[in-house]
Design a binder for this molecule. Structure first.
Ligand code: ADP
Length: 455
């Protein structure tokens, strides 16, 4: 009934087994349906040509292309990660605006569209992922592609006020209208997108998320992404996380896991943990914070200070509160294998997830999936993580309020077993039911409905 599934994402796992939630989800989806997966190879070559390398996947085909050093700089590090990323994470002040980067971003999107158009068929379902490819549907339309094209925005949709800081803000709705389905993580994101579109000359909000814009019609809907909860839970139960950590028997564990990114609220998190230690009663549990935070995007200016700031704060808290046998904050810069990570989540008493702004935050869902249902840990979750819309049974905090986060830690560490189980059951229901398979299915079903309506 439907044609091939064609996926586009920035990186394609052509050089090893797929890892990471999204990549695994797309891999599973393509393996089931067959199809094509387009994206960059991860190789930077001096003079990349306009052809794809072909790599055979498990039941599907990957088509990869290289970037030149200038494309890596302008498209990836520049416009995608130094303009669109901060814009979408409420940090318009960190945008590094540079007309050349925008031109390169468009060049890469046009080049990819040209290369893809030669391979596409009218009945393909094309599913494009993330902010690296916002203009790609529009570029494909310019190449004459008429197939159904969906997009999923993994990060937050920018606030209308912030959007005005983007020099290309008038192009944004035009880019959106190239797609048939514009997928977002949360209801809050859909509201932000509709607010931007409302009142825009030429745009009309027809009904329940359908938008008519100039000669095109498209839908904006939320599809909260999930994790492979069953597999993660299984992994978590396989290794004894506490044995790995070498903790004292009475020591309690608070865990944070994030890429080192300014959107993650890491400095405030460490400060809140310091406040908890400062204010705790003599007989309160002795808790340590294990923060796993591998650096990312180190070539981008805005990321260079973060590590230093964090080390300074961790050093201060440890200086104040350590004793001969105990260092309260343990801080790891490296990535951790998934099975180890799962086991460490399970060993933790508290998952401390406090971003200032986050599309979804998969760590919150992983923490819940990994818990022992008979003796679960407590999730503390920022009100600004997309996950909050589905995870109301967490302890919800304002990541700007250090005192409130410190009090939430106290509450979590003192929470009776019965309340922990109640909260965990409510959270786990959502995490296991609305898993990543549910996400891909509901997105593709909506695409199929749109294709059928267009036929
Ligand atoms: P983001 O996509 O902004 O990085 P998410 O919380 O949605 O944030 O997803 C992060 C993913 O990366 C999770 O699957 C998490 O387990 C993984 N991750 C983060 N830090 C590490 C680390 N140090 N080692 C291994 N995996 C990590």
């Amino acid at each position: 009934m439907t044609g091939r599934l064609v996926v586009v994402s920035n990186r394609v796992p052509s050089d090893g087994p797929p890892s990471g939630g999204l990549v695994v989800a797309l891999h599973d989806c393509l393996r089931a349906t067959g199809g094509l997966w387009f994206g960059t190879s991860g190789r930077i070559t001096d003079d990349p040509d306009d052809s794809f390398a072909q790599v055979q996947g498990d039941g599907y085909t990957m088509r990869t292309f290289d970037l030149s050093p200038a494309e890596q700089q302008g498209y990836y590090l520049g416009y995608a990660n130094s303009v669109l990323w901060p814009l979408c994470h409420r940090r318009a002040d960190l945008m590094a605006l540079n007309a050349g980067d925008y031109d390169t971003y468009m060049q890469v999107n046009r080049r990819l569209a040209r290369m893809m158009a030669a391979e596409l068929r009218p009945d393909d379902r094309i599913w494009i992922h993330d902010y690296h490819f916002l203009p790609l549907a529009d570029c494909l339309r310019a190449e004459g592609v008429t197939a159904t094209i969906g997009y999923f925005h993994h990060i937050p949709f920018p606030a209308t006020h912030d959007m005005m800081a983007l020099p290309q803000h008038d192009l944004f709705p035009h880019w959106m209208a190239g797609f048939d389905l514009f997928g977002l993580q949360t209801q809050r994101d859909v509201a932000a997108a509709l607010e931007m579109l409302r009142g825009l000359p030429g745009a009309e909000l027809l009904r329940d998320g359908t938008i008519s814009y100039r000669e095109r019609r498209f839908e904006v809907r939320s599809f909260p992404i999930g994790i492979d909860a069953a597999a993660f839970a299984e992994e978590a139960a396989r290794i004894d996380g506490r044995a790995l950590l070498n903790f004292a028997p009475d020591e309690r564990l608070v865990i944070g896991v994030d890429r080192l990114d300014y959107s993650k609220g890491l400095d405030n998190r460490l400060r809140a943990f310091g406040r908890y230690l400062r204010d705790r009663a003599e007989d309160a549990p002795k808790a340590s914070l294990l923060q796993i935070a591998p650096p990312t995007r180190e070539e981008v200016d805005a990321y260079q200070q973060i590590r230093e700031d964090l080390e300074r704060t961790a050093g201060k808290v440890n200086g104040l509160h350590s004793d001969l046998g105990w260092t309260p904050i343990r801080y790891i810069h490296s990535g951790v294998p998934r099975d180890t990570l799962a086991a460490v989540y399970r060993a933790a008493d508290v998952g401390f997830v406090t971003p200032f702004c986050d599309g979804m935050n998969l760590v919150a869902k992983e923490f819940v999936a990994a818990q022992d249902p008979d003796d679960p840990g407590v999730l503390i979750l920022s009100q600004f993580a997309g996950a909050v819309e589905q995870m109301a049974s967490a302890l919800i905090v304002n990541p700007y309020d250090i005192g409130e986060m410190a009090r939430a830690l106290r509450q979590a560490l003192a929470m009776p077993l019965e309340e922990r189980i109640d909260r965990h059951q409510a959270l786990a229901r959502g995490v296991f039911r609305k898993d990543v398979a549910h996400w891909t299915r509901s997105y593709l079903d909506t695409m199929d409905r749109l294709s059928a309506a267009r036929a």
